[in-house]
Ligand binder design. Structure first.
Ligand code: ZN
Length: 275
């Protein structure tokens, strides 16, 4: 079986220091976490920026640049910038960071009701972000919160806004999105094109269970405090601790873990950033 690609999503837009002291918030903390997670076996780092003062999700280009450049200098990982945004954030606020020309960026191909807000991604916004990524040679990771979002992603290929083979991330177990079950994971896997690659981001306790299924099914795994702050019930996790656990599980199950260059090949990245 293909080697396993481990993505770490260390920060996200929700967990705060009050919820867990292990969540990296400042650029310096995020960069240090990246170094530790690369050592542990992660080959992709999914980047969000936070306002260092109040920890709120930030769209500040300067912050994204500081994080991106620091990680580029100090690690060899594939850097994947999130284009996610809270309700009401305009396209302009979500696309500016793509100017950094990362190797990858996330692209959510539909809207979803989060527990207390709408995560709004209109067809026009999705197409505008996809078109930017295509022009800049950035590989989108299609963030799939429900089965219907797969057809939206395939529609981008029909419109010439995305190029196969596509790469998908199945976000499972978030209230308001597809529940985390093995039946649903099989359904999602069977709905994407056979040449596509996929990873799974289980939310909360589903991070471990969905991750194990993905290892066995030939998919890839995303872990990190963005999706889950616990190692097990009542015990807070560190990002590198979550990565280390997936490495151990994968090896025990007979699957080797890909380094960043192997991941670049598996994902057919165009902007291969070897600097
Ligand atoms: Zn994210």
């Amino acid at each position: 079986m293909e080697k396993l690609i481990i993505t770490v999503a260390p920060t996200g837009s929700l967990p705060t220091k009050k919820m867990t002291p292990h969540v990296p918030i400042t650029p310096e903390e995020i960069i240090d976490t990246g170094i530790r997670c690369e050592e542990a076996g992660a080959s992709i780092l999914h980047i969000h920026a936070r306002n260092p003062v109040d920890e709120s999700a930030s769209t500040d280009y300067a912050l994204f640049r500081e994080i991106y450049e620091g990680l580029r200098e100090k690690t060899h990982m594939i850097l994947q910038i999130s284009t996610g945004g809270r309700a009401g954030m305009a396209y302009e606020q979500r696309c500016e960071r793509l100017r950094l020309k990362p190797e990858m960026a996330s692209l959510t191909t539909g809207s979803v009701n989060f527990p207390d807000s709408v995560y709004e991604n209109s067809p026009a916004l999705i197409e505008a972000l996809a078109s930017d990524m295509s022009r800049l040679g950035i590989k989108p990771e299609m963030e799939i919160f429900d089965v219907s979002m797969i057809s939206n992603a395939l529609g981008l290929v029909d419109k010439g806004l995305a190029e196969p083979p596509l790469h998908f991330d199945f976000v499972m177990g978030l209230r308001g999105a597809i529940p985390a079950s093995i039946e649903n994971l099989v359904l999602l896997k069977n709905t994407i094109p056979p040449d596509a690659t996929w990873t799974v981001a289980g939310i909360g306790p589903a991070q471990l269970t969905m991750g194990v299924h993905a290892i066995l099914m030939g998919g890839h795994v995303r872990v990190g405090l963005e999706d889950n702050i616990y190692y097990r019930r009542g015990e807070l996790a560190t990002n590198e601790g979550l990565v280390e656990r997936v490495v151990r599980l994968s090896r025990e199950l007979g699957r080797e873990v890909a380094d960043a260059d192997e991941a670049r090949k598996i994902l057919n990245l165009r902007n291969q950033d070897t600097g």
